[in-house]
Design a protein around this ligand. Structure first.
Ligand code: ACO
Length: 460
């Protein structure tokens, strides 16, 4: 199979949100700390009818409905999450109810878990299955989602929630570029969830940002080398010259997005890497100015950071900002965050033609830590209904929901909901009791948890 990639997608938009400006007042922090300092506008909230399984069931059933793909046509389903409702039973097995009712029990794959990286791990599994001798010609599906909640304190405004389902297969309009992938993994305690009874992580926020930044630097250096080597081997077999890989190679650069401001800093960091590599698109004056700097010792230099943000502002506006619409208005979604950024970017131009031939660079980060950088390329497809235009339509439906169909909550109500979630998260038995107006027709929701912790979901 060739041109393996994303054929279709569905995104979940939780129906409740809180304005970050209202949260600033409620938390008694200085005006602008969350909206300017973190760059966030709104935070998505879930009611007690929504848990991680209901989010995943909803996007998966919508993907099947919208694409018309029969459940029998799916041979692999991978799930990425860090929102656990059970230590043994995977979310994948809960999602099997959508397949078994159509007589399909032959679906490979289970859950991948490592903080915000699980969705990327799930995608890599799906790609590798299709590339392997075990592939049986059917589609793969990746579902990823999280309800990201933090204990009261400075991390709480960086919470959020979301889930998405991706149909993966050959002859795709969004292709994973073969061979173009770098990985950096190491053992750190920046963000982790050792208390299995609590939905909240233990987080060292400043350390997590440092770890994110060094993972970014390392992945980018390695990605450029690998992609250049790939280009060289391609150019031996064709007349095309090997490319020098840098930010100008890509139409879009999208990041795992804990909060918008971190992506602006990350973009300027990649720009700094390109300055130190004296890439041809960088003005000579900048290469000269920074010729004595090195990438590692400069990580805590605030003046440098400010200058780099200024120097790269225009490019950031072109290549990353169009990918931040969902994140800015929903918050950190953990595993699907990077993919909401990709989809936000892909819906930022009115027509699909504008993306043909364009490459987009993706950086995935999960604390603990696991990180990868890879790229996709958009293409015009033939003899298939899975086009970029159809993908754009489903993203636009999600944007429409985001803009027009959400209900605003006061910050004190958010606190109340989170307190209730803490209490009910692992309670048996439990019947959700918050107002059901937040549910949309067609959504799957949690109906009950019985005394043996068995969860029942129904379509609303
Ligand atoms: N107006 C404008 N800017 C302001 C204001 C204001 N009134 N007040 C503060 N700021 C700026 C600060 O100067 C700072 O800017 P800087 O980042 O350029 O230095 C920024 O807002 C944030 O303020 P801090 O005081 O640094 O914020 P704090 O330490 O309270 O919290 C943190 C930030 C650590 C990121 C916290 O939200 C957190 O722990 N989040 C969760 C962890 C996280 O998301 N990590 C990222 C990678 S790992 C992952 O995805 C989970």
């Amino acid at each position: 199979p060739t041109s393996i990639g994303i054929l279709a997608c569905e995104l979940y938009i939780p129906s409740l949100y809180v304005e970050q400006s209202a949260l600033e007042t409620y938390d008694k922090v200085s005006k602008g700390k969350y909206t300017i300092g973190l760059g966030q506008q709104r935070i998505a909230i879930c009611s007690d009818h929504e848990d991680i399984c209901s989010l995943c069931l909803t996007v998966l059933s919508r993907l099947l409905e919208q694409t018309g793909v029969h459940p029998q046509q799916i041979g692999r389903l991978d799930v990425g999450t860090e929102t656990l409702v059970d230590k043994a039973k995977s979310i994948k097995t809960v999602l099997m109810q959508l397949f078994t009712e159509h007589g399909n029990t032959a679906v490979e794959g289970v859950d991948s878990i490592n903080a915000c990286y699980g969705g990327t791990a799930a995608i890599f599994n799906a790609i590798h299955w299709i590339e392997s001798s075990y592939w049986d010609g059917r589609y793969a599906v990746v579902v990823m989602g999280d309800i990201a909640v933090y204990a009261k304190g400075n991390a709480r405004p960086t919470g959020g929630a979301g889930a998405c389902a991706l149909l993966i297969g050959p002859n795709a309009p969004i292709v994973f570029e073969p061979g173009c992938r770098s990985t950096y993994m190491t053992n750190v305690y920046d963000f982790y969830k050792p208390d299995l009874s609590s939905p909240y992580p233990v987080v060292d926020g400043q350390l997590s940002v440092q770890c994110y930044t060094s993972a970014l630097d390392t992945c980018y250096a390695q990605y450029c080398l690998k992609a250049e080597m790939n280009g060289e081997s391609r150019s031996k077999t064709s007349s095309a010259a090997a490319d020098n890989i840098n930010l100008s190679t890509f139409a879009g650069i999208v990041f795992h997005t804990p909060y918008v401001k971190l992506t602006q800093k990350s973009f300027s960091r990649l720009y700094f890497n390109d300055i130190l590599r004296a890439c041809s698109y960088i003005p000579n004056a900048l290469v000269e100015k920074y010729k004595d700097f090195d990438i590692h010792s400069s990580a805590n230099d605030k003046d440098l950071e400010r200058d780099l943000i200024e120097q790269s502002r225009e490019l950031f506006g072109q290549k990353t900002l169009p990918g931040l619409y969902f994140s800015q208005n929903m918050g950190n979604m953990y595993t699907p965050s990077l993919y909401y950024s990709l989809f936000s970017f892909l819906s930022s131009q009115p027509s699909e033609e504008q993306f043909y031939g364009q490459r987009i660079l993706l950086f995935s980060y999960g604390s603990g830590l696991a990180s990868s950088m890879y790229s996709i390329i958009c293409r015009k497809v033939h003899d298939t209904r899975f086009t970029l235009g159809e993908i754009q339509k489903s993203i636009k439906r999600a944007r429409q929901e985001l803009d027009n169909e959400r209900i605003e909550l006061a910050p004190e109500l958010m606190d109340k909901l989170l307190l209730e979630r803490e209490k009910h998260d692992h309670q048996a038995s439990f019947i959700p009791s918050q107002p059901s107006e937040v549910l949309k027709p067609g959504n799957m929701y949690l109906k009950s948890v019985d005394k043996n912790y068995r969860r029942v979901y129904e379509k609303f």
